[in-house]
Write a protein that binds this ligand. Structure first.
Ligand SMILES: [Zn+2]
Length: 430
C-alpha cells in the first residue's frame, strides 16, 4: 500500500514510530490534504532534524502568519468550535474546527485532539503546525501542540460564536449558528457509509435567503414550516452549490418566533456569479445567444433518466427511451456566460406547445431537430431574467432555471420607452 511506503519514509527520516506517523498521514490524506503536502506538514510537525525538534517556535501575531511558516506559537480568542466526524482506516475520528482571532486577524484551525475549546476562550497554542489551504494559512493543533488557557482574556475586534445569515454562508464554513425556517423537508433513505440510513433533506430560509440542507442524524425539531436554531452546522458543496450540513454534533432547538424568508434571490452579474463557484438561489439578466445541441425533443433512459442518443443509454444499453422536452441555452451578459437549463414545463412555454405538439411536429418533418429549431426562433437574440440554482464545475457553469422570463427592460422595450418619452416631450413642447 502506498501510504505505508510514505509512512516508512517519514518514520526513518524523522526517527519516530512508523504506526504513529502513518495514523497522522492517513488523517491528513483523509482530510483531502495531498500526500506530498501531508508529508511536508508531518516533517514540520515532528521537526525534520534542522529545528532540533525540542524548541518552541517564537510567538507570532495571527495577521503575520503565512503558509511558509512551519510552526508557530499563537495567543488568541477562540471564535468558533465545531465538531465533525471524519473516517480513516474504517474508524470514525472526531476533529474540532473553527476560527481563532487576535487583534491582527483571524485564522482557521483544526484540532486533531479534543482540547475542550469553547467560543470565547483565550488560549495560547505552542508549536501549532501551519498548513496551506486554498492559498491561506491554517493552524493544526495536534499532539505536539502545547495548549494552555489564559486567565486574562484578550480583547479582539471579532465576535465569538458562529452566528450567520444564510446569504453569507460559503462552502468551507464551520461551526455555524443559524436561525431559520424549514421551508422544505423530506425524509429519505440513502445508502450511507454504514449501510442504509435515514436522513432529512430540504431547504432552509431566513431573511437573507435560502439554502439546501442535509440532516444526517434526523432531529425531531426539523420539520417543514417550523423555525429552529441550529448550532454547529458546517457548509459543504453538494452538486455544485453550498449546502448546510446538520450533523450528530449539531444542536437543534425549536424557536417560538417567526422567521420571514426573504423572497429575493441573490442578484449579480454572470461574471461575478460564476466566480463564486455556485449559488443556490440566483437571479441574472442576460442575452440568450444560442440554443445548444441536445435541446428540444429528447429521449431519456427509463432506468436512470439520463438523456440518450439513438436509443442507447451509456449505462443501460439498448432501451426504450421516454420522450421529454428540455432546453440548454447560452445566456451572456457581457461579463460572463452560463448554460441555462429549462425543464419540460419551461420548455413548453418557450416552445409554445406541449410534448404532443412537439412529437407531431417531429413526425411531420420526419426530424426531431425541428423542435429545437422552433425554440431557437423564439428565444435567440432576446434578453431574459432567469432565477435558479447555479452550479459550476470543470465542464462549465449551469443555471438550473426555476423561472425564465423575457426581461421587461430588454433593448426593444427600452427603445420604445425612449421613443415614448421623446413623443411625450414633443407633446409638451407643442
Ligand atoms: Zn440509463
Amino acid at each position: 500500500m502506498e501510504l505505508d511506503n510514505h509512512a516508512e519514509d517519514l518514520a526513518s527520516d524523522l526517527g519516530i514510530d512508523k504506526e504513529e506517523v502513518k495514523a497522522d498521514l492517513q488523517n491528513l490524506v483523509e482530510y483531502s490534504v495531498p500526500v506530498d503536502e501531508a508529508k511536508q506538514s508531518l516533517r514540520r510537525k515532528y521537526g525534520d532534524g534542522s529545528s532540533g525538534g525540542g524548541g518552541t517556535p517564537s510567538a507570532k501575531d495571527i495577521g503575520e502568519i503565512t503558509p511558509d511558516d512551519s510552526n508557530v506559537t499563537v495567543t488568541g480568542v477562540v471564535l468558533t468550535t465545531g465538531k465533525r466526524s471524519i473516517r480513516y482506516q474504517g474508524d470514525d475520528h472526531v476533529i474540532v474546527e473553527g476560527r481563532l482571532a487576535d487583534e491582527t486577524g483571524v485564522i482557521d484551525y483544526t484540532a486533531w485532539e479534543d482540547f475542550g475549546l469553547s467560543p470565547g476562550d483565550t488560549i495560547t497554542a505552542g508549536n501549532a503546525g501551519v498548513r496551506e489551504w486554498d492559498g491561506k494559512p491554517e493552524l493544526n493543533l495536534g499532539e505536539s501542540t502545547s495548549l494552555s488557557f489564559e486567565s486574562d482574556s484578550l480583547e479582539v475586534p471579532y465576535e465569538a460564536g458562529g452566528d450567520a445569515q444564510l446569504a453569507d454562508l460559503q462552502t468551507g464554513d464551520r461551526a455555524v449558528t443559524i436561525e431559520v425556517t424549514v421551508v422544505e423537508c423530506e425524509r429519505r433513505t440513502i445508502d450511507g457509509r454504514d449501510g442504509e440510513t435515514e436522513i432529512l433533506s430540504g431547504v432552509l430560509g431566513d431573511e437573507s435567503g435560502r439554502l439546501p440542507f442535509t440532516n444526517w442524524d434526523p432531529a425531531p425539531e426539523i420539520e417543514e414550516g417550523g423555525t429552529v436554531r441550529i448550532e454547529n452546522a458546517y457548509v459543504q458543496e453538494f452538486r455544485g452549490v453550498p449546502e448546510v450540513n446538520v450533523s450528530e454534533f449539531s444542536t437543534v432547538t425549536s424557536l417560538e418566533r417567526e422567521i420571514d424568508v426573504g423572497a429575493d434571490a441573490t442578484t449579480m452579474t454572470l461574471g461575478e456569479a460564476v466566480a463564486t463557484g455556485g449559488i443556490y438561489d440566483l437571479e441574472v439578466v442576460g442575452n440568450l445567444i444560442a440554443v445548444r445541441d441536445g435541446s428540444g425533443l429528447i429521449q431519456r433512459c427509463p432506468e436512470c433518466y439520463r438523456v440518450i442518443q439513438k436509443g442507447q443509454c451509456r449505462t443501460h444499453g439498448d432501451v426504450d427511451g421516454i420522450d421529454d422536452l428540455r432546453v440548454k441555452a447560452i445566456l451572456d451578459d457581457g461579463t460572463g456566460s452560463v448554460t441555462v437549463v429549462l425543464d419540460d414545463e419551461l420548455t413548453e412555454e418557450v416552445y409554445d406547445g406541449t410534448l404532443e405538439d412537439a412529437l407531431e411536429q417531429a413526425r411531420e418533418a420526419m426530424d426531431q431537430e425541428v423542435v429545437a429549431d422552433t425554440i431557437r426562433e423564439h428565444v435567440v437574440g432576446r434578453e431574459y431574467r432567469v432565477r435558479g440554482h447555479l452550479s459550476v464545475d470543470e465542464y462549465g457553469a449551469n443555471l438550473d432555471a426555476e423561472s425564465f422570463e423575457e426581461s421587461d427592460d430588454d433593448p426593444e422595450t427600452r427603445a420604445s420607452a425612449f421613443l415614448d418619452s421623446v413623443a411625450d416631450l414633443e407633446e409638451v413642447r407643442s
